[in-house]
Write a protein that binds this ligand. Structure first.
Ligand code: ZN
Ligand code: ZN
Length: 196
């Protein structure tokens, strides 16, 4: 047998020991991408306390497909087509360019795996209005964090005018009928419009 040839080596990890990240109260985040040495996809595990959500409102990856596999509880996805509830044992896929936001509307904690391919995503957009041309599609610039309009290229500061937090997000209301621009930092709402 030839042992000189370089052999692929599988990676075997414990998810609960994977590196964590600070995504706010009620969110337990584990990234498996690095420990698994995954190069073609990103893999993360989220556990959400009841009535909590990760710190991204409606957003779309224009350069990445995403699959979410719910393993415990249920997860509600906000989309431009309304609210979609995904139960444990179910999976949901979003094409690149599809807007979605995740929350746990239930009374139990929920757990899901988030898989993205390819692994890196740099074209991430949010449906916030451009201050120059009013088009509601801004790209988050990965190097500066600025919000750049995809229509006119106008760049604006992502920070909240009231509290300075860089945590603006767009969420659907509980009924799924309205889009609400809000700051996760101070809770202020900067815009409400009907979902069209
Ligand atoms: Zn613009
Ligand atoms: Zn604020």
């Amino acid at each position: 047998m030839d042992f000189d040839r370089e052999q692929p080596i599988m990676q075997h990890i414990s998810i609960d020991e994977a590196p964590t990240g600070d995504f706010g109260a009620g969110v337990d985040f584990r990234t498996l991408t690095g420990p698994l040495e995954s190069t073609e996809m990103s893999i993360h595990r989220f556990r959400l306390d009841p009535q909590s959500s990760p710190p991204w409102g409606l957003h779309a990856h224009f350069d990445q497909e995403e699959v979410f596999i719910v393993t415990e509880g249920s997860v509600t996805f906000e989309t431009f087509d309304g609210l979609v509830t995904v139960m444990a044992g179910d999976a949901i896929q979003f094409e690149s360019g599809e807007y979605q936001a995740i929350r746990n509307d239930g009374s139990d904690s929920s757990t899901y795996l988030a898989i993205g391919a390819p692994a890196d995503s740099t074209d991430i957009r949010v449906p916030l209005p451009c201050l120059d041309c009013n088009r509601e599609e801004l790209r988050i610039e990965v190097d500066t964090g600025e919000l750049a309009c995809v229509a006119c290229d106008f760049r604006q500061d992502p920070r909240c005018e009231l509290c300075g937090a860089d945590e603006r997000e767009v969420r659907l209301n509980r009924e799924g009928s309205e889009l609400i621009d809000r700051c996760r930092g101070c809770g202020s709402q900067t815009g409400i419009r009907p979902r069209t």
